[in-house]
Structure formats: C-alpha cells, structure tokens
Write a protein that binds this ligand. Structure first.
Ligand SMILES: C[S@@+](CC[C@H](N)C(=O)[O-])C[C@H]1O[C@@H](n2cnc3c(N)ncnc32)[C@H](O)[C@@H]1O
Length: 179
C-alpha cells in the first residue's frame, strides 16, 4: 500500500524509472550495494540518536559519499522540562542548539558541507497540513475506533504547536562528508 502510493507519486513526478522503494524497518538497514548519498530525514531513532544513525548510514556509503541527516535543534533553550515535553521532546537533553549540533558533527570527524533549515512558515505548512488531514479523516470516519483520539488531537494541536514547537524547535537537513 505505502509502496504503491510512492510509485504513483514517482510516476506523477516523472521519475518512476529512476527510483525504487523498499518498505521496511530502517533500524539496522544496510544497503546491498554502496550508495553515493545515504539519508535519514527525521527518524534518527533508527540508530538510537544522531551518532548511531550516522554510523548506520556510513555502512551503506561509498568513500566520498554524502550523508543527509534531518534533525531538530533548539531555537532557544526551553526554560523547563515541561516546555521541552510541550515540544514533544522527551527532555531538554534530546536536542542541541544549532551551533552545538553543527559542532557535534565535527567531533564525529565529518565536515558539514550544506544545510537547509526549516523556517517558521515551513514548519507551519508541515504541521497545519496534518490538521486538515485529521479534519477530513474525522469527517469521513466518524465511527472509527480512533475517532475520539484524533478529535482530541485536532482540538489541542494548533495551540500546543503555537505555544511550544513553533517557538522553541528548529529543524534542518545537514549534508555531511567524512574527513
Ligand atoms: C518525522 S517523520 C519524517 C518524515 C519525512 N522526512 C517528512 O519530512 O515528512 C518520520 C518518518 O519515519 C518513519 N519511520 C519511523 N520509524 C521508522 C523505522 N524504524 N523504519 C522506517 N521508517 C520509520 C515514520 O513512519 C515517518 O514517516
């Protein structure tokens, strides 16, 4: 189902002959053939954090290849652990401020060779799209077992997002090359 949707989208974009999809658990996944670019965009728990995910991706990478890591960072340090939890982080220590995150790549002996950072408008597009999706799903599935949970989430999410994530959390994709 997921790979079918991905294939349809690839066809829409005219790139179906250039991509393949594997649907599975990325934790511990190493490509059969080494690649020029290995990416994990927003799921660094697959390697137990940024360090483990870089180590995992490096196992699939050609010498001189590029690793892309998508990871949140603190725009400003949460004043309390409750604020960090409001951002859906486990604790303040889950993420770093941007300069420290960049420095941490250097400590792993990687050069940061490019980065693309989300701005607030980009965050808004990402989060608000989920609200419309939830609303449409609720309208179409009022009697589903999950309807109560989705209703509660849609009711609380805009305020939670504006109070916490939008103010405190940044997100970026970082391109890394081993030194
Ligand atoms: C925070 S989202 C980021 C997705 C995408 N990069 C984006 O910008 O929308 C994390 C994604 O990783 C997927 N994911 C979570 N754990 C995974 C795992 N162990 N193996 C493969 N995919 C996983 C989730 O289903 C979700 O689609």
């Amino acid at each position: 189902m997921v790979t079918e949707q991905a294939k349809l989208r690839a066809e829409e974009l005219g790139v179906a002959d250039r991509v393949g999809f594997i649907h599975g658990d990325a934790a511990g996944y190493v490509a059969d053939e080494k690649v020029g670019v290995a990416a994990c965009l927003g799921a660094t728990w697959i390697g137990g954090g940024v360090v483990g995910t870089i180590e995992l991706l490096a196992q699939s990478l050609n010498t001189g290849g590029i690793i892309l890591i998508g990871e949140p960072y603190w725009l400003k340090l949460p004043p309390t652990e409750d604020v960090a939890k409001g951002c859906l982080a486990g604790s303040i220590s889950d993420f770093l401020m941007l300069p420290w995150l960049l420095a941490s790549f250097g400590k792993l002996d990687y050069d940061v060779v490019e980065m693309v950072l989300a701005d607030q408008d980009g965050w808004d597009r990402y989060e608000a799209a989920k609200w419309l999706t939830m609303r449409r799903w609720l309208d179409a599935n009022p009697d589903d077992d999950f309807a109560k949970d989705v209703r509660a989430q849609l009711t609380s999410e805009p305020e939670r997002y504006a109070t916490y994530t939008r103010e405190y959390l940044g997100w970026g994709v970082f391109a890394l090359m081993a030194r």
